[in-house]
Design a protein around this ligand. Structure first.
Ligand code: ARG
Length: 572
């Protein structure tokens, strides 16, 4: 697609002496108010070098460039050169590009096949997959899609929390109070109840903690009895997680979780020893990070067992060796900022230059209306329940409103799940938020269903026009472009034009909410256009131009929804 800002900068640069195109490009602005033009150029900074008053410079530039074919009007207002694009020309280019590229519009080769690891979701085995996990899961999936769209070679890893002392506790509790049938019937809830019971009981009888530690130590040494139970808990938990992933349409390339690194920590600990990084503190092995303003990191406990952080260090080294990543991204809550600072610093101290390519992408905390979530206290909202309820509620709404659909179950699933995902990706990821059933199940306003509905509305306009999408060709609207030069059509085209830049920005900032906001803007712009203009008019050329623009909007909405991990039904 033509880089309009670059072109504008080039035109201005050639009207001036002594300024490079790049310098000018940095100064060109896109006014928030379209009455100031599509592009604007402030002349204040040129005054000194040119020894002229800014408004005189602006007047000179405006005179020289006003007849350029790119513009329909150029004004000098308060020392700004305000440039208005030739709308027909711009529209032709935007529509032509979108129609010829289709779902590939906005895709880029910027990633050049470089490998990016996106680690996300990573729930803990035998613990509830609750509303707190939705963030990593949904944000991570979207970041993966955005990077894929940018041409990177992506690897999705689910770093399952399937190791650690809590398994000692779980096994211990199961042996004391457990029942096989209960676990098979409802694995996670049952295992959670054991975990809760363990904590209650160990408050009365602290020796239980020692017992749990001993069990975990045996597990680490490969004891067959402990391993068998652990494996069983893991399998049952994964079955539950997989159900949720399937509902969300999420897949992973690897489920290498913490246990995968159980035999890969020894060499790392040896290397730390060689480098003299480890110190003994109360029998444990720690790395002192005070020089870097960080608290000490415990690498090995007194009883020789390893920790969460030890496994993260081993995992990063393994990933570098195995994947040779360009970037290794971790979508993990902001409570773990210190943890990531510590281990990434340790990787650096081990002499690995690629430490800088390991990026923690934090997000804010979800709490419940009646306070924080607590696994131990059993105060959690299950993710599966949220998704199921959202689908049920959507089905009710569809039935009430008599929505147009061929398959109510399918549509309810696409819209219900989409609503949850969209709600999650509407705010900047770093913001904390309070989970509210009302909010998730509210479909009014700037929500996922609104964007999906706009997409379906365009599909319906195309159906009513008797146009099949496969028949739409890049030049289809060209003869009628003079009919779509109104403000709402032009604004819509500008937002569509901006989509590739928006995706690239979202990738740079690891922020899906940028895409979310943009597709809401496009949906609103389309609905304004739809309100202002009658699309299915008698004049054939006018109609075809309007349909071409509508179809372009639909294409971008669909891609945007895809980037968020949502489906785009054609009827609803
Ligand atoms: N299992 C952890 C938890 O639920 C998250 C793991 C994050 N990833 C990592 N590489 N540390 O808190």
């Amino acid at each position: 697609m033509v880089n309009y800002k670059g072109k504008v900068a080039g035109i201005i640069a050639s009207s001036l002496d002594g300024f490079s195109e790049a310098e000018i490009n940095d100064m060109v602005e896109i006014p928030a108010d379209n009455r100031m033009g599509d592009y604007a150029f402030p002349c204040f900074k040129l005054a000194k070098a040119m020894r002229k008053a800014p408004h005189v410079i602006a007047g000179g530039i405006a005179d020289k460039i006003s007849s350029h074919e790119l513009f329909c009007k150029v004004e000098n207002v308060n020392a700004y050169v305000n440039m208005f694009l030739d709308r027909e020309r711009f529209m032709r280019e935007v529509i032509g590009e979108v129609i010829s590229k289709g779902a590939g519009f906005g895709r880029s080769e910027a990633g050049g096949g470089k490998k990016v690891i996106v680690e996300f979701s990573s729930p803990n085995i035998a613990k509830p997959f609750h509303i707190g996990h939705i963030r990593s899961t949904v944000i991570g999936n979207s970041i993966y899609k955005i990077y894929d769209f940018m041409g990177y070679d992506t690897v999705r890893i689910n770093h399952l929390g399937d190791y650690g002392t809590q398994f000692g506790k779980m096994i211990c509790a199961y042996r004391r109070w457990g029942n096989r049938e209960d676990v098979v019937r409802e694995p996670i809830k049952t295992l959670l109840s054991y975990y809760i019971k363990f904590h209650e009981e160990s408050e009365k009888d602290p020796s239980l903690e020692d017992e749990a530690r001993a069990v975990f130590a045996r597990l680490e040494h490969g004891d067959p009895g402990e391993t068998e139970l652990w494996q069983w808990f893991r399998d049952e938990s994964l079955k539950e997680f997989s159900r949720v992933y399937e509902m969300l349409g999420i897949e992973f390339d690897s489920y290498a979780g913490e246990s995968f690194y159980s035999d890969k920590m020894g060499v790392i600990i040896d290397k730390m020893n060689e480098k003299g990084m480890l110190q003994t503190s109360e029998g444990a092995q720690i790395v002192d990070l005070s020089e870097y303003g960080l608290s000490p990191a415990m690498i090995m406990k007194q009883d020789g067992s390893t920790l969460y952080i030890t496994r993260d260090i081993a995992a990063a080294v393994y990933r570098k060796e195995h994947y040779d990543f360009y970037k290794n991204l971790y979508i993990v809550g902001s409570q773990q900022i210190l943890h990531f600072q510590q281990w990434i610093k340790i990787i650096e101290l081990l002499g690995y230059g690629w430490a800088k390519d390991c990026v923690h992408i934090p997000f804010g905390v979800v709490s419940l209306e009646d306070g924080t979530m607590s696994t131990r206290k059993g105060r959690v909202v299950f993710l599966e329940e949220v998704l199921t309820k959202a689908v049920e509620r959507t089905k009710e709404i569809i039935a009430e409103k008599g929505v147009n659909t061929d398959n109510i179950d399918d549509t309810a699933r696409q819209v219900g799940i989409g609503a949850v995902i969209f709600n999650e990706l509407s705010n900047s990821r770093i913001k904390d938020y309070v989970f509210s059933w009302d909010k998730v199940l509210n479909f009014e306003g700037e929500t996922g269903p609104y964007v999906q509905y706009t997409h379906a509305r365009i599909a319906s306009v195309l159906r009513n026009a008797g146009v099949r999408e496969t028949e739409i060709t890049p030049g289809m609207g060209d003869c009628g472009l003079s009919h779509i030069t109104g403000d709402s059509a032009h604004e819509l085209a500008k937002l569509i034009y901006k989509f590739p830049e928006v995706v690239s920005d979202a990738a740079d900032r690891y922020e899906p909410a940028i895409v979310t906001r943009h597709i809401v803007d496009i949906a609103q712009a389309f609905n304004r256009f739809y309100h202002d203009e009658h699309i299915l008019v008698d004049n054939e050329e006018e109609k075809r131009a309007k349909l071409a623009l509508a179809y372009s909007a639909k294409t971008v909405l669909k891609s945007g929804l895809w980037l968020l991990g949502m489906e785009a039904p054609d009827k609803m």
